[in-house]
Design a binder for this molecule. Structure first.
Ligand code: ADP
Length: 251
């Protein structure tokens, strides 16, 4: 933990984002016939520092497996993942994962949740307070420090999850269908907020979604997976959902 992002990173230091490099990465689940492609790869991919990449694919295409490998929860059976040049060999503090829901600690306050990663990184108390305030301000929840999670709406909870991730000042932000349980209006609001944060910090983002419009609206570049393989890797500009759907359907 903490080997890539120094825990004493100064208050003012903006995150520049980290380069993410996958070289021949493969993960196949035990007991499955590898010819069925139950898993991922081998897959090679380069995500530039500060890039916003979206990943799409039908159910079972390997999106979750990819994120678990990137987060260091699954160790690839072949190949390597490098973040800022260093091989990811376990859960790393330099990146952080925001999921759909249920990822917060309901018995802690908002501030307690945002502080969680900071404590494990041993960020000093005063710096913790600053980062909590900054992160909550970034997601539009300034003043919510003492609120309990059960008092918050679904959208506010996802903002807290995002704030918790941002407080760590990660080089890479992993997002796993983070907004799919939200209503359309809230999703639009929080998506715009995420884009603003990304533009301000230039953190590298890998955002997984099954929503093709969302993938095209948010990302600079989209990777489409099918059967654990990349079937499209393209800038989002000039690409429409219809074409993306056709690629995913194998047309
Ligand atoms: P997605 O997130 O795109 O739905 P997954 O990464 O969950 O895809 O799954 C990719 C493939 O791996 C699928 O064929 C799925 O059935 C298989 N798979 C996922 N998790 C497991 C598991 N724990 N055990 C066995 N096979 C799995």
């Amino acid at each position: 933990m903490g080997s890539v992002t120094p825990p004493d990173a100064t208050h003012a230091a903006p995150s520049r984002g980290a380069t993410l490099e996958l070289q021949g990465v493969a993960y196949h689940y035990e007991g499955r016939n590898q010819n069925e492609s139950a898993g991922l790869g081998p897959l090679s991919l380069m995500v530039q520092a500060g890039e916003f990449l979206t990943v799409v694919g039908p159910s079972g295409s390997g999106k979750s497996t990819l994120l678990s490998v990137l987060a260091g929860f699954l160790r690839p059976q072949a190949g390597q993942v490098r973040l800022a040049g260093q091989v990811i060999s376990g859960p790393a503090a330099a990146l952080t994962l925001v999921q759909q829901e249920h990822a917060l600690f309901p018995w802690l306050t908002v501030a307690g949740n945002v502080a969680f990663g900071l404590k494990s990184q041993r960020v000093p108390g005063q710096e913790q307070q600053r980062r909590i305030t900054d992160a909550l301000t970034q997601v539009g929840l300034a003043g919510y420090e003492k609120r309990r999670i059960h008092e918050l709406s679904g959208g506010q909870r996802q903002r807290v999850s995002l704030a918790r991730a941002l407080a760590i000042r990660p080089g890479l932000l992993l997002l796993d269908e983070p907004f799919s349980a939200l209503d359309a209006r809230t999703r639009t609001e929080i998506s715009e907020q995420l884009l603003g944060i990304w533009q301000g910090q230039q953190v590298t983002v890998v955002f997984v979604t099954h929503n093709l419009e969302e993938a095209l609206d948010l990302g600079e570049r989209v990777v489409a997976l099918r059967g654990g393989a990349v079937v499209l890797d393209s800038p989002t500009e000039g690409l429409d959902a219809h074409r993306l759907r056709a690629v995913l359907d194998g047309e």
